[in-house]
Design a protein around this ligand. Structure first.
Ligand SMILES: CC(C)(COP(=O)(O)OP(=O)(O)OC[C@H]1O[C@@H](n2cnc3c(N)ncnc32)[C@H](O)[C@@H]1OP(=O)(O)O)[C@@H](O)C(=O)NCCC(=O)NCCS
Length: 248
């Protein structure tokens, strides 16, 4: 597992968020001891999952989320951090010392990432694996804005990676607003797409000027983070483990 403490700044205000990742290769020792880190309610959900892939994704996501929340809340006993799913699928965190901490989670090809953040600054993350095969389908579904179409046509980025950026930026904003993708994807479209660091992009949202997005393209993955427009995050991007050879 990886843990990175991020600093969030808006003007003179400053606070901390915690980013975590958990790879399937690390799962075995935890999978044998789920009672040591899942809450009673989570154990009941886990017991009800029938498929191995669902069980693995659940454990990876909960472990990444609990590592991030455990660091933010300074809670070493992860059984005391209870994460349930809300009516939109959004994570709902319960903890005795919880003031206003929230968590956002994503999984892709055997890797889960999570960001625990102060609830007054809504954030969302999404991890996608770049796929040339699925890019045409994603492109059809995006309902791309004029700014996005211009960016796609500019050739500034490989088309499959561009689709990953545009899709994950939508998911990240949808998660930060707790609606996920329960709306037409075009509602969450980008404008003002600009370079952000060597392999990254920054953008604003067409319909949500309160938020902005940063996306990092690296080793066949896209990691996007949506956050309030005036907030800066450092360091960015947080480290991710290299993709395993079989993760496609
Ligand atoms: C947001 C959504 C698209 C994420 O799906 P995904 O890409 O398959 O999965 P990711 O791994 O990136 O994210 C999953 C995590 O997002 C979080 N999440 C799910 N719905 C969320 C919501 N409404 N708000 C905030 N976070 C949400 C959960 O923490 C979930 O992980 P968990 O179940 O282990 O806790 C999905 O849950 C959703 O909104 N579905 C409804 C609409 C839909 O299915 N659209 C598909 C169009 S192709």
């Amino acid at each position: 597992m990886n843990l990175q403490v991020l600093t969030l700044r808006r003007g003179a205000e400053e606070c901390v968020a915690c980013f975590s990742s958990m790879h399937e290769a690390e799962l075995q020792s935890y999978a044998d001891a789920v009672e040591s880190f899942l809450s009673a309610a989570e154990l009941a959900v886990f017991a009800g999952l029938r498929f191995a892939q669902k069980k693995q994704a659940f454990l990876l996501g909960r472990l990444a989320a609990k590592q991030a929340l455990g660091a933010l809340l300074e809670e070493a006993d992860w059984r005391l951090i209870d994460i349930r799913s809300g009516i939109f699928g959004q994570p709902l965190v319960r903890h005795a010392r919880l003031a206003c901490a929230e968590v956002t989670v994503s999984h892709s090809h055997g890797l889960a990432v999570a960001l625990a953040y102060p609830g007054e600054w809504p954030m969302g993350i999404d991890l996608e694996t770049v796929s040339a095969a699925s890019a045409p389908t994603v492109l059809d579904a995006l309902q791309a804005s004029a700014a996005e179409q211009a960016w796609l046509a500019s050739g500034a980025i490989d088309p499959a990676a561009a689709c990953g950026v545009l899709w994950s930026a939508r998911e990240a904003l949808g998660k930060s607003m707790k609606i996920g993708l329960n709306c037409p994807p075009g509602v969450l479209s980008l404008n003002h797409i600009e370079r952000h660091g060597a392999a990254g992009w920054g953008a604003r949202y067409t319909n949500f000027p309160q938020s902005r997005c940063v996306s990092q393209v690296d080793s066949g993955r896209v990691l996007s983070m949506a956050m309030p427009g005036e907030v800066d995050v450092t360091p960015w991007p947080p480290p991710l483990p290299p993709p395993s050879p079989c993760s496609g």
